[in-house]
Design a protein around this ligand. Structure first.
Ligand SMILES: [Fe+2]
Length: 384
């Protein structure tokens, strides 16, 4: 969608495929191709993997009975991998059942986690091994290692974390009951389809970022939010620099940091040569600040106070002014007034305003004699 920057009037609504999509498209660092996926819901469901551009291409369309909730996906030089956690949507429910898309998903650990490995060149599904059930929102990074795929995610034991992010749970006084995510590495053997897991970083790690030139490539560093205490008792209260070769480095500001953004220094090759940007929120003063850390040392190098609250997960600050304020002045506690009234994970869960009942038309088409289909015409036909 495009908006008028002055009036915020909607200017363009572009037609995107599917009903539920990812919050994290993949941009290939070599080809600049932008790859995304969407799930189409209806009597027949499918995943579409498509290339965004002037002319949209759809190299792969995969039929599926119950699409899984996949907030992100894996892509490497030659493959796209949809990791289907057993948190699946009942397409019948989207048409006739629950009132929100989120309520149409349910967890079934018996189904395990399926890795749909799609060849980027042909669009063919070349492997679809299954492993035990686990859940993740975010892929940390993924790459090819000779004859196997390496898939790193911020993994939870199950999808309970989604319920934990509803505001009535978030607003509870401490200690909050929060699941932690570990960095979990999965090896998928491209010859045999065998799947193996191991834990790379056992403490809570979420909202991962790597150097943009390393997306889909072998990497050493990843930045994310974490917690001083384990398991987490509050919203994330530190930033973590994961290092695959040495111990992790943390930065603990005594307030609440948002998703870190790694910005590389122009014209430099070092994987951690740049800054990490984050917006920290002090719940006592209800003020935020944009903070820049040296990505190598994770030490603060610059700060711009905002003098107002910037919602979490936003790094767009335009009213900042620089100060030399002591960075460790904040007081840890739970934010008093969370800003949004919806679950915090709406990205990819109907973020485009998808309404479950709109898929009725896809199930039944037009009504009798070409009249538009009206859900009320099903009265007496369907079970109550
Ligand atoms: Fe995300």
């Amino acid at each position: 969608m495009k908006f008028d920057p002055e009036t915020l009037e909607t200017l363009v609504v572009e037609d995107e495929p599917g009903d539920v999509t990812t919050a994290h498209p993949y941009i290939d660092p070599d080809t600049s191709e932008k790859i995304s996926y969407a799930a189409e819901l209806g009597r027949s469901c499918s995943y579409e993997i498509y290339l965004e551009g002037r002319e949209r291409e759809t190299p792969a369309k995969i039929t599926v009975e119950e699409p899984a909730y996949m907030h992100s996906f894996a892509a490497t030089e030659s493959y796209v991998v949809l990791v289907e956690f057993p948190y699946r949507i009942d397409p019948f429910d989207t048409a006739f059942g629950s009132s929100t898309v989120a309520e149409c998903y349910s967890w079934n650990s018996d189904k395990g986690t399926r890795f749909l490995v799609v060849e980027r060149g042909s669009g063919e599904v070349v492997l679809e091994p299954r492993a035990e059930a686990f859940f993740a929102f975010h892929h940390v990074n993924n790459y090819e290692d000779d004859d196997r795929l390496v898939i790193d995610v911020a993994a939870y034991p199950d999808a309970e974390v989604i319920d934990e992010l509803y505001l009535d749970r978030v607003r509870r006084e401490p200690p909050l009951e929060l699941s932690g995510a570990e960095i979990r590495r999965t090896h998928v053997d491209l010859a045999s389809g065998d799947v193996e897991h191991k834990t790379l970083y056992p403490s809570h790690f979420e909202l991962p970022r790597v150097h943009p030139y390393r997306w889909g490539r072998r990497y050493r560093y990843a930045y994310g939010v974490g917690n001083e205490e384990s398991p987490p008792e509050t919203m994330s209260n530190q930033l973590v620099k994961y290092d695959s070769e040495e111990e992790a480095t943390t930065w603990t500001p005594e307030c609440f940091p948002s998703e870190p953004v790694f910005e590389p220094r122009p014209d430099r090759d070092g994987e951690d040569d740049g800054v990490v940007l984050t917006v920290v929120l002090d719940p006592e003063t209800e003020e935020s600040a944009l903070v820049a850390l040296d990505a190598e040392s994770m030490e603060e190098v610059a700060r711009a106070d905002v003098e107002q609250t910037v919602p979490f997960e936003s790094t767009a600050v335009s009213t900042a002014k620089p100060t030399n304020r002591n960075p460790r002045r904040c007081h840890p506690s739970v934010p008093r007034e969370p800003v949004r009234e919806r679950p915090l994970i709406t990205s990819g869960l109907g973020a485009r305003g998808f309404e479950p009942r709109s898929s009725l038309r896809r199930w039944f088409g037009s009504g009798p004699r070409g009249r538009p289909f009206e859900p009320s015409s099903l009265a007496g036909v369907l079970p109550g």
